[in-house]
Write a protein that binds this ligand. Structure first.
Ligand SMILES: [Zn+2]
Length: 160
């Protein structure tokens, strides 16, 4: 990979999701591709959910990050298919969510094989004895849960 692309990828990887500031778009698996088209760096992203008002902001932040890395010509494109799922979250991203006090979604494969439906693990004490309090938490991307073991409320990251 040429030097310009390495710099572009590194810069784009540092952009965070405005909804969950501890996660970068790389952690979320939203960063699909960084490629060169003529003298323009094209960054391809897949939104975590369609119609997310944060997406324009993310595109702007990526362009800004690339400009600051000395890349004058940058374009952000959005790809909707295949649709982003929580399975695209990296292991590091899941760990950061947990450390932030948000329960990461279990991988879809585990969910189907073991539980048949979602089992939510408390991010604080790891107890599976949890209950949903509200469908929407602090943002539409999260739902509000409570742990019966440690009695603490927490957010579940629930996109898809
Ligand atoms: Zn707990």
């Amino acid at each position: 990979m040429n030097d310009l692309l390495v710099r572009a990828r590194t810069a784009a990887s540092t952009v965070c999701d405005p909804e969950i500031p501890v996660l970068t778009i790389a952690d979320l698996g939203m960063l699909r591709d960084v490629r060169l088209s003529g003298d323009t760096v094209e960054v391809e992203i897949t939104p975590t959910y369609s119609g997310c008002p944060a997406m324009n902001m993310i595109a702007l932040e990526i362009e800004t990050a690339l400009h600051q890395a000395g890349i004058p010509h940058a374009r952000v494109t959005t790809t909707l298919t295949p649709a982003w799922t929580t399975d695209w979250l990296t292991a590091e991203g899941r760990e950061k969510l947990r450390a932030y006090g948000i329960a990461p979604p279990p991988p879809a494969s585990t969910r189907r094989a073991l539980f048949g439906e979602t089992t939510t693990i408390c991010p604080r004490c790891s107890s599976p004895d949890t209950e949903q309090l509200a469908e929407f938490g602090s943002t539409s991307c999260k739902s509000l849960w409570r742990c019966r073991a440690c009695r603490e409320p927490f957010d579940l990251f629930k996109c898809h």
